[in-house]
Design a protein around this ligand. Structure first.
Ligand SMILES: Nc1ccn([C@H]2C[C@H](O)[C@@H](COP(=O)(O)OP(=O)(O)OP(=O)(O)O)O2)c(=O)n1
Ligand SMILES: [Mn+2]
Length: 404
């Protein structure tokens, strides 16, 4: 058993610390001066430089809330701000809290999961409770959260977290499987209550976890574009997700499709999937749901499955989403992400009396109940991603700038 660590001396600045390379400007509005002092001290201790003015050198601006930020820095300034991206100071915090949320969810504790989930908005919200602040303080100072480590060693949590990583197994199923006595993925191979999709998710568990190098994703996008063009000229096929955001590797392929004429997308996906299966680019199906011809669910067609790089057997996850042209911009934004940006855009829309999702931007009338694509509620007509950002008043971000 490891002995308790003795109290550390006040550490001197660590040039390799977690904030190394950052030049920070702090907006002081709404922050108690003692707290501000602590922040500055921690930033410097962990390798950051703190600037007293918003100069060219500044790489990160920190503010307690977006109000405080916009009060000091106007939109133009932000847009010009090189590589403007909201601060990732809290990345270490949000990652750890994200894990906690998943664990609490897996345990079916909604109250906690709600409470903890607000932590990822912590940089935007002034009113965080005491225990949350303590957790954040612990993460910021030690890079860890002892409570999380305690959880992670717990067998039940470990097991249902593992089961939840199988495609198609959610928290409730994971818990049920645990209660049936299963402890390993091998155990699950003898479980006959699994759905077809879950069986596939289990069979290719390791494959699916293997990331796709960017250049392979690029080649596959080209093939996918060519096959689509062969079926119906003019089809627009874009690989979204982390690929479109310029990442060096991708967890999966998120393919967003439309046709500029507003009608040729209908029924396209069935033919496309058939052709891609003949080519052995698509291998196993997980989910196939079509609405474009009936006009249900906003007319969006969806296919989730497994694919392989030409000449190889290693399975990757692939999603296709086919949007009618008039709501394509919303689909493209949603499937490009990242998830943090999506959440911000949604909250911004809500603050302006709208509801945003991948199928449109809707006036949030009472009683609309948030049902997607329900009849009678038409989306605002916005043709491009830029028009959506502009309408919401969010500074434009190129796809590669959306890694928030
Ligand atoms: N909880 C989620 C999950 C996803 N998305 C959106 C944003 C993502 O960028 C996009 C694609 O989801 P992925 O899980 O495929 O995430 P990425 O493509 O960003 O990363 P990865 O490389 O892991 O695939 O869908 C979201 O808004 N909220
Ligand atoms: Mn992805």
């Amino acid at each position: 058993m490891a002995p308790k660590r003795t109290k550390r001396k006040s550490p001197s600045p660590d040039p390799q610390g977690m904030f190394a390379g950052m030049t920070v400007f702090l907006i002081e509005d709404g922050v108690q001066s003692l707290r501000l002092q602590i922040w500055k001290q921690k930033l410097v201790q962990m390798g950051a430089k703190v600037e007293t003015q918003l100069s060219e050198k500044v790489s990160h601006v920190f503010a307690i809330s977006s109000d405080a930020l916009f009060h000091h820095v106007d939109d133009d300034r932000l847009a010009r701000f090189k590589g403007y991206s909201p601060p990732d100071l809290n990345k270490g915090i949000t990652e750890i809290f994200g894990k906690l949320v998943n664990i609490y969810r897996a345990l079916g504790d909604d109250r906690r999961s709600f409470k903890v989930e607000s932590a990822d908005q912590v940089k935007d919200l002034p009113g965080i409770g005491k225990s949350m602040q303590d957790h954040i303080q612990e993460i910021v100072t030690t890079g860890k959260l002892s409570k999380l480590e305690q959880f992670e060693t717990d067998e039940k949590v470990k097991t249902i977290t593992l089961f939840g990583e199988v495609w198609g197994i959610g928290p409730a199923t994971a818990l049920k499987l645990y209660e049936k006595g299963h402890r390993t993925l091998d155990d699950l191979k003898n479980e006959d209550s699994l759905t077809n999709a879950q069986v596939i998710g289990l069979k290719y568990f390791d494959d699916i976890k293997t990331r796709i190098p960017r250049h392979e994703a690029q080649e596959m996008e080209l093939v996918l574009q060519k096959v689509a063009e062969d079926i119906i000229p003019g089809m627009v096929v874009v690989c979204g997700g982390s690929y479109r955001r310029g990442k060096a590797s991708c967890g999966d392929l998120d393919i967003v499709i439309t046709h500029p004429d507003g009608k040729s997308h209908k029924g396209f996906l069935q033919n496309y999937v058939k052709r891609l299966k003949e080519m052995k680019l698509l291998r196993e199906d997980l989910i196939f749901s079509t609405h474009s011809e009936e006009g249900t669910d906003s007319g969006v067609d969806t296919y989730f499955g497994l694919c392989t790089y030409p000449g190889r057997e290693l399975r990757h996850r692939i999603d296709f989403k086919v949007y009618p042209r008039d709501i394509y911009a919303f689909g493209l934004i949603a499937w490009t992400g990242n998830d943090v940006l999506n959440r911000r855009l949604r909250l911004l829309a809500e603050s302006k009396g709208y509801r945003l999702d991948d199928t449109g931007l809707f006036p949030a009338t009472h009683g609309s109940g948030g049902k997607r694509g329900s009849r009678g509620t038409a989306s605002l007509k916005l043709e491009t991603e830029k028009e959506v950002f502009d309408f919401l008043g969010f500074p434009w971000l190129e796809p590669y700038e959306r890694n928030l």
